[in-house]
Design a protein around this ligand. Structure first.
Ligand SMILES: Cc1cc2nc3c(=O)[nH]c(=O)nc-3n(C[C@H](O)[C@H](O)[C@H](O)COP(=O)(O)OP(=O)(O)OC[C@H]3O[C@@H](n4cnc5c(N)ncnc54)[C@H](O)[C@@H]3O)c2cc1C
Length: 367
């Protein structure tokens, strides 16, 4: 069984690792030229029942614990006047909750666990066509081709593989603009103290200003707005972002002022809740390719769990990969639909006129 995985993000790499542990070889085709070609972004909290479970399946719990930052689980929610609404401090050194890990550290952990030739870099999949005898012919940017018996689309939000299974379209659900404050302890100690070792969320009317401590000594600042509020192009400078937060406490707008100059705005998209497809031989999807959701803390966790469950199913039924794929897909749809529904509702709640009260109630109720 020759397995091709399109996309070397957290889902694709976790799948390759789980298969490799079961003695099944898989090639990951990744469009980026190398592991360091692009910054991987901020940090993730890995949930015990999904992201951490997948890492256990991958035999990487020890590696995760040595790279994670359990203190990063600390979070504080404040209102636009800077008043604290919720402050959660984890038990020092405890891995019982949802410890944070930098995305780059997690991706390196997965890459280092694979044989050197498991990832074919600079391979952007542009098309996959069924072969007459079964399996798929893959065409990459530049014209070179390859083939496989089973194709797994782990190619993220704008998946190319998705269209071979479903015509479900994504919709624009929010705007997100990001800034980095590098070397924060030395250059902006007040900001460092405000953010603390974990996450800070400043919740206003229809908008959120958030900040997150990263293990490399920087802070990432993210601004979330409703999709319908303003065109994406209006968020390309710090001045334009500051205009959105007139009247907010200056200790909070300092998060924007302290940012290094580049502002990266992007569209946040989601697939319809309940999206599914009828199975097709030799092909399936995991992660954002399968179920792109608003970013409220589940996407990477579920992508990794998809990978662990698909890898286990393929290993258990290597003689009949289509039966393994069917079993994986049914279980995945049943697991994901309530999570996608919750994510859509959480996203709407966080960007609403009553967000401060709703978010406070939500976090106060959480154990
Ligand atoms: C602002 C923001 C904050 C988030 N915060 C969290 C969080 O706190 N917790 C959480 O669990 N999730 C979070 N998420 C969601 C999470 O990032 C995604 O759900 C997760 O990365 C999905 O993993 P994936 O492997 O499916 O896709 P990706 O991580 O997107 O990986 C896809 C890979 O495929 C490659 N690729 C794409 N197209 C092709 C192609 N045609 N050929 C070859 N390679 C290709 C890409 O280069 C990439 O490496 C957040 C998302 C956003 C946008």
């Amino acid at each position: 069984m020759r397995i091709a995985i399109a996309g070397g993000g957290l889902g694709g790499l976790t799948l390759a690792r789980v298969l490799h542990r079961h003695g099944i070889e898989a090639v990951v085709y990744e469009r980026e030229p190398s592991r360091s070609a692009r910054s991987q972004g901020g940090t993730l909290d890995l949930h015990p029942e999904s992201g951490q479970r997948a890492l256990a399946e991958a035999g990487l719990t020890g590696g995760f614990r040595s790279r994670a930052r359990p203190e990063g689980e600390e979070h504080r929610i404040v209102d636009p006047a800077g008043r604290t609404l919720v402050h959660h401090t984890p038990q020092p050194g405890s891995f019982a909750g949802r410890p944070e890990i930098d995305r780059s550290a997690l991706r390196d952990l997965l890459l280092d666990s694979l044989p050197g030739d498991a990832v074919a870099w600079r391979h952007r999949l542009v098309a996959a066509t069924p072969r007459p005898g079964g399996g798929w012919e893959l065409t990459f940017d530049g014209g070179h081709t390859s083939d496989c018996d089973v194709l797994v689309g782990a190619d993220g939000a704008r998946s190319v593989v998705r269209s071979l299974l479903t015509d479900a379209a994504t919709s624009y659900v929010a705007t997100f603009a990001e800034l980095t404050i590098s070397d924060v302890d030395r250059r902006h100690p007040d900001v460092a103290e405000l953010v603390g070792p974990g996450n800070l969320w400043c919740v206003g009317v229809n908008q959120i200003l958030a900040a997150q401590r990263i293990g490399d000594g920087s802070v990432r600042v993210g601004i979330s707005l409703r999709a319908e509020d303003r065109p994406l192009d209006t968020f390309r400078s710090k001045g334009a972002l500051l205009d959105l937060f007139g009247g907010w406490d200056r200790s909070l707008t300092a998060l924007i002022e302290a940012g290094d100059d580049t502002v990266t705005p992007r569209r946040i998209e989601a697939m319809p809740v309940g999206a599914r497809w009828s199975g097709r031989p030799g092909i399936t999807l995991i992660g954002d390719a399968a179920h792109l959701m608003p970013p409220v803390g589940e996407g990477a966790n579920q992508a990794m769990l998809d990978a662990a469950e698909l890898g286990r199913a393929l290993a258990a039924d290597a003689a009949d990969p289509d039966a393994a794929i069917r079993a994986y897909e049914e279980a995945m749809f049943a697991r994901i639909h309530p999570i996608a529904d919750m994510s859509a509702r959480a996203q709407a709640m966080m960007l609403s006129p009553t967000a401060a009260a709703d978010v406070t109630r939500f976090f106060s109720a959480r154990p």
